[in-house]
Design a protein around this ligand. Structure first.
Ligand code: ARG
Length: 471
């Protein structure tokens, strides 16, 4: 009691520490520079202010400050928010982080009302709360970015309905597929990324505030009120875990890295598809760059950077896991290092998504060029094999028979359809002309009718499903 009613020694008198009653020496300047986090955690300012306003309203409702004090805190914090947004707020390494900056400025303006804000709160649960609010907002923005990207792929798939391209495995021609089918395959991947984000959001959306440093509080606080006003789905049930859990940061970093890996795979594919050698697609010129020495060059730098920037998101997952692995129970200052990693992953994803969707929307197939070579590579061999199987030939036998036919066509330099009926009969005694219905890229595609396959009717169904889902 006597300590609480004692002199306010934070203003003026040395040593200057924000909470420094026990100290007789100021913090070494080198330590200030070494340990500050305000240079990067200032981006938590909005979330810190939101959290503090909700906290002070709860303190007033619980009789730990007056409603008038809570109102003046809210008003002053809003003014500080404006100044930070406008760039007129002064930051200094002497005040370690954004949390101290905002609280000390509030106190400088309000005196004792400001000095009550940190009642029943530690920076440990405060930082955890702010970071959860920040990640929650980032999850929602990135989900929207992924939705826009899915829409771009769906738009492209819709424009290309019916167009047949070679499908590849091992980067070798495999079977013909509809371009729309392949474009929709990206929608599936990015949907799983969005589902993982939604799942990660649930565990992110838990309120730690009220956990205090680690043991909670003896004061009559109402954590559910803060939960409701900040829109959290639940309240951390264990104060030790609540103040120090960073699983949500690792999870988000992983989910973002997998989305970045998908973007990287897509970029790699389209870099290949847009080469002179493939010549499948034409990238929008606004998303290509030139060469300083070779006047003819139109380079896919944007796609290369999409592929390249995904690397750092994988590094961030590793940094976060290693950061956590050696920590004993509850808050340790190491946790301050979580922020730059997750901020970087969030920034990187937002950057990737910002260019990916318009690049997809502006890309076109070189239809004439794809079609001119679609019958090369015996893409219809599997279709013919399945026709033989449907006629009762055991799969292993049908596979071998068609293998012989492909060898025959290869040695003549022709497609399967260009072999004569006599040549087919030489390898397969049961041959009749109806088997020709399995040959040719278009017919091979049309026959792939099982659920999830590439037949036009199946792909049309899927296009309709995606139209509804992404509407
Ligand atoms: N700057 C610190 C961080 O971001 C604030 C929490 C510090 N808590 C403490 N007990 N030193 O993690």
């Amino acid at each position: 009691m006597s300590q609480q009613s004692g002199p306010h020694h934070a203003s003026g008198a040395a040593p200057q520490k924000a909470w420094g009653g026990v100290f007789q020496q100021p913090t070494d300047k080198r330590v200030e520079a070494f340990s500050e986090s305000v240079s990067f955690d200032r981006r938590l300012a909005d979330d810190d202010i939101d959290g503090s306003i909700a906290h002070s309203q709860m303190l007033a409702a619980c009789g730990l400050m007056t409603p008038a004090e809570a109102a003046s805190i809210a008003q002053t914090l809003e003014a500080i928010r404006q100044e930070i947004a406008a760039g007129t707020f002064t930051f200094t390494a002497a005040k370690e982080d954004i949390h101290l900056h905002i609280e000390s400025e509030l106190t400088a303006r309000l005196g004792d009302a400001g000095r009550k804000l940190h009642t029943a709160r530690s920076r440990n649960d405060q930082v955890a709360t702010d970071l959860r609010l920040y990640c929650r907002r980032a999850i929602d923005r990135i989900d929207l970015g992924l939705l826009e990207l899915q829409r771009a792929f769906l738009g492209f798939a819709t424009r290309e309905q019916g167009f047949v391209i070679p499908g590849y495995t091992h980067l070798r021609r495999a079977q013909p597929v509809l371009a729309s089918h392949q474009l929709l395959s990206w929608c599936e991947k990015f949907q799983r990324d969005r589902d993982r984000l939604a799942d990660c959001r649930k565990r992110t959306n838990i309120l730690p505030l009220g956990s205090g440093a680690l043991a909670g509080s003896s004061l009559p606080i109402d954590r559910e009120q803060v939960q409701r006003s900040l829109g959290f789905e639940g309240v951390a049930a264990n104060s030790i875990d609540g103040a120090s859990d960073r699983d949500f940061v690792c999870e988000l970093a992983f989910v973002l890295s997998l989305a970045a890996v998908h973007l990287s795979q897509w970029a790699e594919e389209w870099i290949l598809y847009s080469t002179q050698e493939f010549g499948f697609i034409v990238l929008p010129e606004g998303f290509c760059t030139g060469s300083s020495i070779m006047p003819q060059k139109i380079n896919p730098d944007v796609l290369e950077l999409v592929r390249g920037k995904s690397a750092r998101t994988i590094g961030n997952v590793q940094a976060l896991l290693v950061l956590l692995k050696g920590l004993p129970t509850a808050y340790n200052r190491d946790l301050q290092e979580d922020k730059e990693a997750i901020f970087d992953s969030i920034d990187t994803l937002e950057g990737l998504l910002g260019v990916a969707a318009p690049l997809v929307a502006g890309t076109q197939f070189d239809r004439a060029r794809v079609t001119a070579t679609i019958e090369r590579g015996h893409l219809d061999a599997t279709s013919l094999m399945e026709a033989l199987i449907a006629a009762g030939v055991p799969q292993r036998t049908a596979h071998e028979t068609v293998g012989h036919l492909v060898r025959r066509a290869m040695s003549k330099g022709v497609s399967l359809a260009e072999l004569s009926d006599e040549e087919f009969s030489a390898d397969y005694a049961g041959w009749d002309v109806t088997f020709r219905g399995a040959l040719g890229a278009s017919r091979a595609v049309e026959r792939m009718v099982s659920f999830g396959s590439t037949a036009p009717a199946r792909v049309a169904d899927q296009l309709a499903v995606w139209q509804r889902r992404l509407a």
